[in-house]
Design a protein around this ligand. Structure first.
Ligand SMILES: CC/C=C\C/C=C/C(=O)SCCNC(=O)CCNC(=O)[C@H](O)C(C)(C)COP(=O)(O)OP(=O)(O)OC[C@H]1O[C@@H](n2cnc3c(N)ncnc32)[C@H](O)[C@@H]1OP(=O)(O)O
Length: 727
């Protein structure tokens, strides 16, 4: 709802819809009603619009989208126009955030004042839509076409100060000031000062003459940054109309753009992503604990053991979260190198104004270099980040168990290894868990936390809380080889080399993936992270080409199909970008260039095995790359390793750069339709048989299709649980 009050001659309309003052239908009804009251009251000379509680309205109520109530009048645009038409000065008093429809309301006001700490922006593009309450037409009239294109096509939130420098905010109220009082005084001072030019629909776009040039520039940029997404392109086309058409016609173009986007599967996927991102924090470890009941332990200090690339990034994340951070290397040279890197990185963040001088100083003084385990006896949490080797990890956990105080939680940053086996090296398995960071750990937003068979509720709650304090999208999963992310990814890479063997070169496979929306294809990613990583894993499994006794068929490992092309590459020193060659060659830059040498390796291999490459469609490549992931995702759900499909999707969006506008592997399967996905998987399984187990259809997927067709993704787990409880 909204609240109406009077401060002498100034009317105050305050949106009151906790937690974020979203503009739900009942709020919109109140707003239009109170604007009429204020307009009709002759004792009112000015009107202040504000938010109660945490914030100014942060936009339309996203829960109403794709429901008929979102279109029920009054709409946000009706309120925008009522605010603008008012004969009395209307002032938006912004604290917290004014986003989306919230900022559009503020743009309807004649003036805007804001707390210096507040944020403004039109982030609708991140929901796969556009600012549909006049924002595409009004923002360019205030901040110019170039800025408006940037703001709307990327949807970032901006500090109010930036808004003020562009003319969007008329006055800034310093931290600690009273925004409502300031707005009342400001509104009163504007009475009688002509509103004509303050009504944005009357104003023209300042840099309209540059429209074509700006369009070309921004279309190129969004093409690179949000590959394959429709909304940024439609946003730009609609903003363009603000420079070419009247306000009224521009609004019509906005309305049509909005209809197109609202009907797209992209907006549904983006809205699913918005809620999924928040849903993952409501974690559940069945039979042990959940977010509502378990209490985290207070963590004041964190020790990071191992200062390689991962350890350094984890230490920086810990420092950013304000923790006293012990950095541990037994070798003094390695310790010095790690500390130097971390200290240097903090200075770089300061120079780039990513952190303040005070923050940088606090982070620097919170680093405690240590060269023995005894030095971390009293820390609250240890995160081990040494080489991925079970024997080494067990040795370290055994030692940590002996020296650390009984309450210390011991976590491993393993990306694949069995957490229960690591825990077995200690006498405190209830205090052991996995915290799988993604490289570079101080940049990547994903944290995949793993609970073991014996992890306690407090341990799980603590690692989840630490993830939140580090501002990571933190997803809780169960224990299995590779957990969720890498277990699924394994089949993506397996299938990719089978495609090379049969039909395509790396650049053809990668193109299909980038056309789908990935920033990089699988082979470019391999080169970037280092092809030796996979090779080491395969060596650990004893399956690389070199490890086989003479006479072993090149294309088999036991009964399983195998393709050694990745082994050949590494054995020829083609480790990837770091050495200038891998699946591609790199000539002094990070740009991958298809390499005739690689083609030769593939061609010779095909000839040796009498493989005649066939034509392969982009559709087949995409299905073969993505469907094994999806199938494995269902197996992970049926085993209870992930509690919900959105947990998997968030892992893929934030850890593996899955394009957000398709939702993630599980949501994508729902978009395609589970029956269709199962049909393709079954066809491959029939053709490949036991030699390619990743095509064996998941029991859960099969059951869902046979019994429910393509149920809504929110129903997959409830349906399965109901079924299991009956059987
Ligand atoms: C018909 C169309 C007409 C006009 C076009 C207008 C379109 C729009 O306005 S679309 C909405 C644009 N606004 C946004 O996208 C902002 C969304 N919100 C956020 O980005 C964040 O919530 C925040 C930055 C404002 C605050 O972040 P934080 O402090 O981390 O809080 P949470 O994100 O956890 O949010 C708390 C709680 O509120 C729910 N929520 C937030 N915004 C909305 C919203 N616009 N509609 C409905 N619900 C919202 C959020 O889901 C959380 O709920 P739970 O506690 O249940 O998880």
């Amino acid at each position: 709802m909204a609240l109406y009050s009077r401060e002498d001659d100034v009317a105050i309309i305050a949106v009151n819809n906790p937690p974020m003052n979203a503009l739900s239908h009942h709020v919109r009804k109140d707003l239009i009603k109170f604007l009429k009251v204020a307009e009709a009251d002759e004792n009112v000379t000015a009107i202040v619009l504000c938010g109660d509680g945490r914030t100014f309205p942060v936009g339309a109520d996203i829960k109403e989208f794709h429901k008929s109530v979102s279109a029920l009048g009054p709409t946000i645009i009706d309120i925008v126009h009522a605010l603008e038409k008012s004969s009395k000065p209307t002032v938006a008093a912004i604290h917290g955030s004014a986003l989306g429809g919230g900022l559009e309301l503020a743009l309807g006001c004649h003036y805007r004042i804001a707390m210096s700490t507040s944020k403004v922006g039109l982030p609708e593009v991140k929901l796969g839509i556009l600012p549909g309450a006049g924002g595409t037409q009004r923002l360019p009239r205030v901040i110019g076409l170039d800025n408006a294109m940037k703001w709307i096509a990327y949807g970032h939130h901006h500090p109010a100060g930036v808004g003020a420098s562009l003319g969007l905010i008329d006055r800034i109220v310093a931290k600690g000031g009273d925004i409502r009082r300031s707005a009342i005084l400001f509104a009163r001072s504007m009475v009688g000062k002509g509103l004509g030019q303050r009504r944005l629909s009357n104003v023209s776009v300042p840099d309209a003459s540059k429209v074509e040039e700006l369009m070309a520039k921004h279309l190129k940029e969004v093409g690179l940054r949000t590959r394959g997404a429709l909304a940024p392109v439609v946003c730009l086309q609609v903003i363009k109309s603000s420079a070419l058409l009247s306000y009224k016609d521009g609004l019509e173009s906005e309305r049509q753009g909005m209809m197109t986007l609202l009907a797209s599967s992209e907006s549904k996927a983006q809205i699913y992503s918005f809620f999924s991102e928040r849903q993952v924090s409501k974690w559940n470890a069945p039979g042990i604990a959940n977010h509502a009941t378990a209490k985290p332990m207070q963590v004041r200090s964190i020790a990071v053991v191992g200062l390689g690339t991962m350890g350094r990034g984890i230490a920086i994340s810990s420092l950013k979260a304000g923790k006293k951070t012990y950095v541990v290397e037994l070798n003094s040279k390695a310790l010095a190198a790690g500390v130097k890197y971390i200290r240097g990185y903090i200075e770089t963040m300061k120079k780039r104004a990513q952190i303040s001088e005070e923050q940088a100083a606090a982070m620097q003084s919170a680093i405690i270099p240590v060269s023995s385990y005894n030095g971390i006896a009293n820390v609250d949490l240890v995160i081990e980040a040494v080489f991925e080797n079970m024997k080494i990890k067990k040795e370290i956990f055994g030692k940590l168990d002996k020296v650390c105080k009984p309450s210390t939680i011991l976590a491993s940053n393993t990306s694949t290894l069995d957490i229960d086996e690591i825990a077995s090296a200690t006498k405190r398995p209830e205090k052991v868990a996995g915290m799988h960071f993604f490289a570079p750990a101080h940049i990547m937003l994903l944290l995949e936390n793993i609970y073991g068979r014996k992890s306690s509720a407090e341990t799980i709650a603590t690692i989840m809380d630490i993830g939140k304090q580090m501002k990571k999208i933190t997803v809780l999963v169960g224990n299995c080889v590779g957990f969720v992310g890498n277990r699924m990814y394994g089949y993506y890479t397996t299938e990719s080399v089978f495609i090379l063997e049969e039909a395509a070169y790396p650049e053809q496979v990668d193109k299909v993936l980038t056309d789908y929306g990935f920033a990089m294809g699988r082979f470019q990613v391999g080169d970037l992270s280092g092809n030796d990583i996979g090779y080491k894993i395969r060596t650990g499994l004893g399956i690389t080409h070199k490890q086989q006794p003479a006479g072993t068929p090149e294309r088999k490992r036991g009964v399983l199909r195998y393709c050694p092309l990745g082994d050949f590459l590494v054995e020829k020193g083609r480790l990837g970008l770091k050495v200038g060659k891998g699946w591609y060659k790199y000539e002094g830059s990070r740009t991958p260039i298809p390499d005739p040498e690689v083609r030769k390796i593939i061609d010779e291999y095909r000839t040796r095995h009498h493989i005649v490459p066939r034509d392969i469609s982009s559709e087949e490549v995409l299905q073969r790359m993505l469907y094994p992931l999806i199938n494995e995702g269902f197996k992970i759900l049926e085993e209870g390793i992930a509690a919900n499909p959105w947990d998997i999707d968030m892992i893929y969006q934030y850890g593996y750069a899955w394009p957000r506008h398709t939702g993630g592997p599980m949501y994508y399967a729902f978009t395609i339709g589970l029956p269709q996905v199962l049909k393709v998987i079954e066809e491959h399984w029939k053709a490949a048989g036991a030699s390619e187990p990743h095509w064996q259809p998941s029991t859960m997927l099969t059951w869902l299709v046979e019994n429910h067709g393509n149920p809504d993704i929110s129903q997959w787990m409830p349906l399965m649980q109901k079924h299991k409880s009956k059987t």
